[in-house]
Design a protein around this ligand. Structure first.
Ligand code: N01
Length: 551
């Protein structure tokens, strides 16, 4: 057996990240006979599901759809225990896939990529890892995820806290026992909303520090009904195809009627039906909820009325009710018992919009001049989304231009797949693709398949490089912006637009034109010989390594 701590320096491709994207990419590249290596910062496969182990972590896309479709045997034999799978089960699924496809032998764990530089003479990328290793590869494929750089606010006194602090996106693997503790949770996005009800059951007292209330729909989670599982398995291929015709890439029943065409009674009945059905399909109650403010207001008011009916203290219900942004324009949350948790005697809600946190103290925190004594603080404060992880690396393309400089005014890309000036560098679910507005697993598969087909094409042609043209990138950027502007999304300060990170350019990053339009565009580009890309002929030079280097 070869020593796994030493690698030859030459590869056809380096893949950064061993979440679902990196795993499937590796599988596809092997199928093309390409030599590929994966670098992964974590200790195992799973990406998001490796890191986000906070109590209550669960997917908001139903299990039957949040899974790989490329392996028919796998989707037939794998059994999900719940309608919405919890994090341990999704991680177990990722591990099962790694074993089934024998992926781990080409993955180097606990190895963070620090830099990746393009050499124009050789058309190759030189990739350096945190362990000091250097490899060279013709292609560099970023499978780094959209929500992988956790963000802890830079609050004064943070280091002075004598209790424990946690971030939901980097949760200790051994778990945390909050029994008997006074716990503070800062943040009420999807992660906070899932964690709060579970922590409240364990902690002596839970104080939730809320800056912006969020709209949340009950998951109505349940054990997987066997007949539902069977119905999917009987028609998996066809249902997957149908899901690609849906804007979100998720198959569910979209009501094709505008909200304002319905009577008040019809609207209430439809919203109620969706609320009882649970989950993000609430936003498909009518076809214009993200397009028309009047339509959106009716859905938002329905949720506010639900909050008032669940939360006993009217003042708390009012604080929990979002009022100043349209529903769905921050990622809609999906919960189990979130609002009802505020009826518990051991839960307090603090409005840090009115009374901001001014400092973390040795014994807790100060908000609005008041001291809150805490044993543990949980930061559910989100991520530097979509671009954060890419920009944390030192990526340099043609002429030594850094990605940070190229994206100084916001990310620019062609189809979210490639960036002009960065030949042979691919991003899986990058900015400008449907990514976080879609079923991530479906979008990952589509990107990986597109990239693999593209590399197969280049291989057959003996090409050395592929690069997005400036013109194609500009046109696509305009399309992404226009698609965003046709919706209510840009009206809201959200992580979709970088608004949660100080100094980040305010650009609506994902493509909201829908999965069908996007898939069609990608397919047409490929079928037409990769229009909008410049292909450089002549084989990539093989630069001989000085020796084997440690990675
Ligand atoms: O992060 P978020 P998240 N002081 O950015 C608050 C996916 N996901 O980890 O809105 C005080 O949404 C911030 O307040 P505000 C999903 O795509 C999916 O919860 O900026 N508060 C907000 O309340 C999701 O959207 C699933 O005013 C501060 C919260 O922290 C994405 O991940 C589960 C603050 C951050 O919310 C991110 O969700 C979990 C500060 N300095 C996550 N900084 C499912 O599949 C931030 N906040 C169900």
């Amino acid at each position: 057996m070869s020593d796994r701590s030493f690698l030859p320096t030459q590869f056809d491709a380096v893949i950064v990240g061993a979440g679902f994207a990196g795993m499937y990419m590796l599988h596809r590249l092997r199928g093309l006979g390409l030599a590929a290596v994966v670098f992964e910062a974590g200790g195992d496969v799973g990406g998001t599901w490796y890191w986000n182990r906070y109590p209550g972590a669960r997917c908001d896309v139903e299990s039957m759809q949040y899974s790989f479709s490329f392996d028919s045997e796998l989707q037939q034999h794998w059994r999900w225990s719940e309608h919405y799978a919890a994090q341990p089960e999704i991680l177990a699924y990722a591990q099962h896939v790694a074993e089934r496809l024998d992926l781990r032998r080409d993955i180097h764990f606990e190895t963070r990529v620090e830099s990746s530089h393009f050499d124009e003479r050789t058309n190759r990328w030189t990739v350096r890892s945190s362990k000091g290793g250097v490899v060279s590869a013709q292609f560099c494929i970023m499978a780094t995820g959209c929500l992988s750089t956790a963000k802890v606010p830079d609050l004064p006194g943070l280091k002075s806290f004598t209790g424990q602090t946690f971030h939901t996106g980097a949760w200790p693997h051994e778990g945390v026992d909050f029994t008997g503790q006074r716990v503070g949770v800062i943040g009420t996005g999807s992660s906070g909303i899932q964690a709060i009800p579970v922590i409240a059951q364990q902690a002596a007292h839970l104080t939730v520090f809320q800056r912006t209330p969020n709209y949340s729909i009950p998951a109505q989670n349940r054990p997987m009904p066997p007949e539902y599982e069977q119905s999917w398995k009987a028609e998996y291929a066809e249902r997957r195809r149908q899901s690609w015709t849906m804007r979100s890439g998720i198959l569910y029943n979209l009501n094709d009627k505008p909200a304002m065409d319905a009577t008040e009674d019809e609207r209430q009945r439809e919203f109620e039906r969706r609320w009882q059905g649970g989950g993000i399909q609430f936003m498909s109650s009518f076809n214009d909820l993200i397009l028309s403010k009047a339509a959106n207001d009716t859905a938002a008011e329905f949720v506010r009325a639900k909050i008032r009916s669940i939360v006993r203290d009217p003042a708390v219900a009012d604080l929990l009710s979002p009022k100043d942004y349209p529903i769905g324009t921050k990622r809609i949350c999906v919960d189990t018992d979130y609002y009802a948790t505020y009826n518990r005697d051991n839960v307090t809600l603090v409005d840090i919009n009115a009374a901001p946190i001014t400092a973390i103290t040795p014994t807790g925190l100060q908000a609005g001049g008041r001291d809150h004594t805490l044993d543990s603080i949980v930061f559910a404060t989100g991520f530097d989304a979509i671009t954060g992880t890419l920009l944390a690396m030192d990526i340099q393309g043609r002429g030594g231009q850094s990605l940070r400089a190229a994206w100084a005014d916001g990310p620019r890309s062609y189809l979210g797949l490639m960036v002009a000036g960065f030949p042979n560098l691919f991003t899986i679910t990058g900015p400008g693709s449907p990514s976080v507005l879609s079923n991530m697993l479906g979008s990952i598969e589509q990107h990986v398949d597109w990239i693999a087909d593209c590399l197969g094409y280049l291989q057959a042609r003996g090409a050395a490089s592929i690069e997005a043209t400036d013109a194609a990138q500009d046109d696509w950027g305009a399309e992404v912006t226009e698609a965003g502007n046709r919706t209510l999304y840009p009206q809201t300060k959200s992580w979709y637009a970088g608004a949660n990170i100080a100094g980040k350019p305010r650009v609506f990053m994902p493509y909201i034109g829908g999965v069908p339009a996007y898939r069609q565009k990608c397919a047409e580009v490929a079928a037409d010989g990769y229009t909008g890309f410049r292909i450089g002929d002549g084989a990539a030079a093989q630069v001989q390594p000085p020796s084997m280097v440690q990675v």
